[in-house]
Write a protein that binds this ligand. Structure first.
Ligand code: PLP
Length: 294
């Protein structure tokens, strides 16, 4: 992967409105070591992040990502991020991305053990080529995530719905999917409802209606799903949030995993049962997702 940029941020209070945040940023060599050994994000995964897609130096849906960063910070009792400061950092990173697809990551960590807290940084790197997933599609398997649909309501300390840096479970689910001959996974709640993929949201098509799992079931509210629903609404389709039983997955007319960098990947099979693919609709979704979006 080709790194493009890295910037350390000295987080300022959310109420500290400034005309310029330049003196709170330190540019780094992205190939050189930068974190201290006491970093709690690396020791415990104690922090939050965002991955923003960048097309030809235009960062996509920055406001939605910053809102979700603030939401994750609230759930994790991290200081409220100063969104103007983060927006300024994203603009600096995007300016270094050049032509083609890239990814900007925002990281807000609990901080350093016995040291400065919180710590924060931004990186930019070239994105992988996802043409194949977007055009040929992906096979998925369903995997039990082990929590009931109502877990976030009575166990908020599980931080379900926050985009935390603790992604070891998500990565393990992807490895399990690969072991089962699939490319990706769809998590199910322990009581049998459809949730999300380890790094993407699920959208189903039923006739002219597009359905996605309701975000109160302990899943991330995907910025790509939100943006696509707006686009589909404008085209006259109906879009709904629903509680989706796992048994109904196979009855969908089409399904996609959508996320900020891979964009819309059509699902070709769920647990080895073939799923119909609408190539033309998928292509138009990805054309929209690749267009500049704010
Ligand atoms: N759900 C999970 C668990 C994710 O990690 C992601 C993105 O990484 C998504 C959903 C999709 O979110 P977005 O569309 O904002 O990339």
């Amino acid at each position: 992967m080709a790194w493009r940029f890295a910037l350390m941020i000295d987080p300022v209070d959310a109420a500290d409105a400034r005309a310029d945040y330049a003196d709170t940023f330190t540019a780094l060599d992205p190939a050189a070591p930068a974190l201290t050994v006491g970093e709690l994000s690396t020791q415990r995964g104690d922090g939050i992040f965002e991955s923003i897609g960048v097309i030809d130096s235009h960062p996509q849906e920055v406001a939605a990502h910053l809102e979700r960063l603030a939401h994750s910070a609230r759930l994790c009792d991290l200081p409220t991020p100063n969104l103007d400061q983060w927006r300024a950092a994203v603009a600096l990173a995007a300016a270094q991305c050049g032509a083609g697809e890239a990814v900007i990551k925002l990281i807000l960590s609990r901080g350093v053990e016995h040291g400065p807290a919180p710590t924060a940084w931004v990186t930019a790197a070239e994105a992988s080529d996802f043409t194949r997933a977007r055009t040929e599609g992906i096979r998925v398997v369903t995997l039990d995530r082990g929590y009931a649909l109502d877990a976030p309501a009575h166990a908020p300390w599980l931080l379900l719905g926050a985009k935390t840096l603790s992604y070891a479970v998500n990565m393990a689910a992807l490895r399990e999917a690969n072991r089962r001959g699939a490319d990706d996974a769809i998590f199910l709640s322990s009581d049998g409802y459809v949730l999300e993929a380890p790094t993407a949201s699920l959208i189903l098509r039923r006739g002219d209606t597009f359905v996605t799992p309701a975000p109160n079931g302990g899943i991330l509210h995907g910025t790509t799903q939100l943006s696509l629903f707006e686009h589909l609404d404008a085209q006259g389709y109906e879009t709904v949030y629903a509680t989706i039983p796992a048994e109904s997955l196979g009855a969908a007319d089409a399904a996609w995993l959508v996320s900020s960098v891979r964009l819309a990947a059509p699902i070709t099979a769920v647990d080895d049962a073939p799923m119909p693919v609408d190539a033309a609709l998928t292509a138009s979704m990805n054309a929209y997702l690749l267009s500049p979006r704010d």
